[in-house]
Design a protein around this ligand. Sequence first.
Ligand SMILES: CCCCCCCCCCCCCCCC(=O)SCCNC(=O)CCNC(=O)[C@H](O)C(C)(C)COP(=O)(O)OP(=O)(O)OC[C@H]1O[C@@H](n2cnc3c(N)ncnc32)[C@H](O)[C@@H]1OP(=O)(O)O
Length: 169
Amino acid sequence: MSTFGPRNVSDSITTMTEYVLPTHANALGNVFGGQILAWIDLCAAICAQRHAGRLAVTAEFDDVSFEAPIQVGQVVLLRARVTAAFRTSVEILVDVEGEDAPSGKRWRCAHAFVTFVAMQEVDGALKPAPVPSLVCETEEDRALAVEANDRRIQRLARRKRRDAQRSVG
Ligand SMILES: CCCCCCCCCCCCCCCC(=O)SCCNC(=O)CCNC(=O)[C@H](O)C(C)(C)COP(=O)(O)OP(=O)(O)OC[C@H]1O[C@@H](n2cnc3c(N)ncnc32)[C@H](O)[C@@H]1OP(=O)(O)O
């Protein structure tokens, strides 16, 4: 059972804006995929912790594909939302867009589903802790929550297969 009351999807929506500097970019002048993943992780972590009311750690990143590049001098916009809350874990969707600030032009760059697990300290060690349930406010929220259940089933099946392979090896 959750130690906190239910929370709305809108309570934890998190946005971040980053300016792409030369230190973020590869030799082509495009932002590194790994840098985008780091920003996704941070944005999702803030969102998960806002929902959970606790520290939360990254458990799994689902597949991420980079649909269009973002270049030095352009802007990266990230928006994270909770799509589903389970017992101790939440699924977060992060959408990433590029923006050319002077013209206002925006384009879709990437999206990722990331699972975070809420943690609490027990006898000096961090252990998974219950998260509040999620209140869907819109039709889109409800659709994402249904799809999140399917993704969770697949994710946990993958985890089981990995664990089984490790115990054999
Ligand atoms: C007090 C200290 C103050 C410190 C003040 C510092 C403040 C500043 C903090 C900044 C924070 C920023 C955070 C950024 C984000 C990181 O960078 S976090 C760093 C990277 N991540 C990690 O190091 C996590 C390492 N992994 C682990 O610790 C453990 O595997 C986990 C994720 C806690 C899971 O532990 P476990 O023993 O397997 O737990 P288990 O009970 O089996 O499962 C718990 C839940 O995890 C889910 N789960 C586990 N593995 C998976 C998986 N692969 N896929 C999906 N779900 C999974 C389970 O389904 C379950 O969910 P529920 O069904 O309960 O909803």
